[in-house]
Write a protein that binds this ligand. Structure first.
Ligand code: C5P
Length: 232
């Protein structure tokens, strides 16, 4: 599996995302489409970006009863995306059902990764709101191990957790890590950040980078810098 930079296309309309992608004339970055763009434009936006030659990580974080997730994943696999995700909190049974739904009649399927605990959930919220009393890093690793047990390909996690996830779930189990910033860039609302070079050193397989690229004066140069630092 090759390391790659995934550009988080957090735009709210087709016009905005297309005018961003139009800047990339020499390369076709792997892009992440999240809920905002998907709910605004529907499945057509996925097909259109795919037809332009981009790989797509469809970040819809499914979480429902196993049968519903299975059927929804079957629909997403027909959109020909390259990666999609769900919440590990939906249980091993839900994750196994998702994999079944995602697998196409010819046996191929998009990569499937799990969200463990959202980075917006801290120890206090997890204990008080979710009544989970274990330390959060233990919970994250337990959810990652569940995802591996269910047969998933990896997890979304902080680059700070990537090394530990590989220790517990194996080197082949992918870590997809947001929270990446250039050493001389703005941190914004991300709390715990790493540079692309640090994320590479610690063993991230994919970095997800949004604003350092989308809000840059020269997005193509920022993307190329990410690739140079992370992929080398
Ligand atoms: O702009 P920025 O680089 O912070 O974008 C990071 C992307 O990764 C956003 O799309 C954000 O929703 C997503 N993400 C994250 N932290 C997580 C999971 C997803 O920042 N734990």
């Amino acid at each position: 599996m090759g390391k790659d930079v995934i550009v988080a296309c957090d735009f709210s309309s087709k016009e905005a995302v297309m005018s961003f992608l139009d800047k990339f004339t020499d390369c076709k970055p792997f892009v992440k489409i999240g809920m905002e763009l998907y709910y605004a434009e529907g499945p057509a936006i996925v097909k259109e970006i795919k037809e332009r030659g981009h790989k797509i990580f469809l970040d819809l974080k499914l979480h429902d009863i196993p049968n519903t997730v299975k059927k929804s994943m079957a629909v997403l696999s027909r959109l020909d995306v390259d990666m999609c995700n769900l919440h590990a909190a939906g249980t091993i049974t839900m994750m196994q059902a998702a994999l079944e739904g995602l697998t196409r009649p010819d046996g191929t399927r998009p990569l499937l990764i799990a969200v463990t605990q959202l980075t917006s959930t801290d120890q206090e919220r997890m204990e008080n709101d979710l009544l989970i009393k274990e330390p959060i890093d233990k919970v994250v690793m337990h959810y990652a191990a569940n995802a591996a047990k269910a047969g998933l390909d990896g997890v979304v996690c902080s680059p700070l957790e990537a090394g530990k996830v590989h220790e517990i779930c194996g080197e082949k189990f992918m870590t997809v890590t947001p929270g990446v910033r250039f050493a001389d860039g703005d941190i914004g609302d991300q709390k715990r950040v790493m540079t692309p070079a640090e994320a590479k050193k610690i063993g991230s397989d994919y970095i997800v980078v949004g604003r350092p690229i989308t809000a840059a004066e020269d997005p193509v140069a920022a993307y190329n810098r990410c690739v140079a630092e992370f992929v080398g």
